[in-house]
Design a protein around this ligand. Structure first.
Ligand code: CO
Length: 134
């Protein structure tokens, strides 16, 4: 069921500074910032040869990233995103194995315009997992 690693997401306190670092010091291809108010984040994608890095900065009052940065003010790894062919089939298999989907259980449209779901980190050994329909 699991496909490619789509991205690793890093929460950062200053997305402009993080973008500059990835562009200038690492020589990476870095996108313009994309605000996603329905997810409470601004995102930047760093394209690597084999995957992407998603930089996340809080957006709005009740951003899920704001809480994360309270605990880790320097930033840190926030989630990993795996691709699946069929997000509904993947969700049903995962929940049958005891994994909990965060929120309503229905996919939302993510940063790439594709349906995504998040799985509870307590069910994945402390790592927040995003699945995205490829
Ligand atoms: Co993501």
């Amino acid at each position: 069921m699991i496909g490619r690693l789509n991205h690793v997401a890093l929460a950062v306190p200053d997305i402009a500074a993080a973008s500059r670092l990835y562009r200038e010091a690492l020589g990476a291809e870095v996108s313009a910032p994309v605000p996603l108010p329905e997810h409470g984040v601004t995102t930047v994608f760093v394209t690597l040869p084999n995957t992407k890095i998603e930089l996340l900065e809080p957006l709005g009052a009740d951003s899920p990233i704001a809480k994360f940065l309270e605990r880790a003010p320097d930033g840190g790894m926030h989630h990993v995103c795996y691709e699946v062919d069929d997000i509904i089939a993947a969700r049903d298999t995962l929940t049958a194995h005891g994994a909990r989907v965060i929120g309503s259980g229905e996919p939302k449209i993510g940063a790439h315009g594709k349906p995504v779901l998040f799985l509870h980190p307590k069910d994945f050994f402390g790592t927040l997992i995003e699945i995205e329909q490829a």
